[in-house]
Design a protein around this ligand. Sequence first.
Ligand code: HEM
Length: 404
Amino acid sequence: MTEGSVPLPYADPAFVADPFPLYRQLREDGPVRRVVIAGALDAWVVTRYEDGLAALSDSRLSSDVRDASDARLLRQLPTSGGESLMGNMLRSDPPDHTRLRRLVSKAFTAHRVAGMRPRIQAIADQLLDAVAPAGRADLVADFALPLPVTVISELLGVPLDDRHDFQRWTNRIVTRGAEPPDPAMVNEAYQHMRAYVTELVRAKRAAPGDDLLSGLIAARDEEQRLTEDELVAMVFLLLAAGHITTVNLISGGIAMLLTHPAQLELLRSDPELLPGAIEEFLRYDGPVSPGIARFAREDVEIAGVTVPRGATVLIGSAIADRDPARFPDPERLDITRQDNAHLAFGHGIHYCLGAPLARLEGQIAIAAALRRLPGLALAVAPDEIRWRPGGLRGPESLPVTFTP
Ligand code: HEM
């Protein structure tokens, strides 16, 4: 560990349950702090809102892991096959980023996504029909987990029966546990995922449909707008990116309401508050925590601190989203909060492509759960909710009771 670095102790249950005291300390100690993540990865964390906003639009900070100098980070890059999965828009810089994002951006506009409302509603209702008679459920496994994966599978045109396999592999790739990930295991998951997506593309090429994946294959085959590797990496990203984050928004949002009864009461009395409540869940305890990674392409000065070339810079969106210089009374969950321009979806050219979809899924799911599960209450004490360790934050399970 580098001298003076603060550990982000994912092996410590108290930190995993509530990382915000440490986030606050980091923010109060300075605008850029050195941390060590899960005992393995050195990073420079940007802790304050205005600096975070500027860093997210600074082109000297790259999204391409190959610009990193940390040997441990580079070693975690899969040795074969997986490299091409990293050739996706999230991990590229312009001009490749611009070209790749343009290929799919139309499918995710607020207007297009609004057309998916009836189908998302039907999926939510179907999942709740299955649990409603029991009077108890785990709202992660029974509800929040299957919903986004069903939506993204249908949008892409991926058979839903495959979801258990790719859910397992993507989880292994994108969620970092308490321990530094075992490179062999991550590599194996990449291999499986790559083989799976390659087969999917082959099958879809033979029998195209009216779905996003068929559209991407046409852009590849008829217009040569992306390479075969980029096509596979795009499908991987879309399956992975919109999946566990949205699960966490739904289950985390419900957990926040059940642990803040006055806010739940307020929302029940005025359902029109729901869109603002979703923004507040994202600000108060968003799924990407503490933040968003970049790699310094050159020495970069941030808030008076020189970050050396090759360094990993973590833009602490979840830390900045409680910056009192930007948000009045930031430690308070307030679903009526105005002027709530949080960083939970990022900012700048990589701003979350799926934000309109995530917002809609969150609204439909949370409204449906409150409506269909009367008397909804936690089946465990608030401090017994187990949170997933690592950079994607959300409840591991959410045991609840309600009137059948
Ligand atoms: C990018 C968060 C849901 C697809 C991002 C970024 C964040 C984020 C912070 C920026 C990363 C960066 O700057 O490096 C979230 C959260 C979600 C969510 C909190 C749920 C609450 C979704 C959904 C999709 C999606 C449903 C749909 C497929 C993407 C893609 C990118 C992205 C493709 C890369 C955009 C680019 O590089 O230009 N997301 N996301 N996300 N997200 Fe989301």
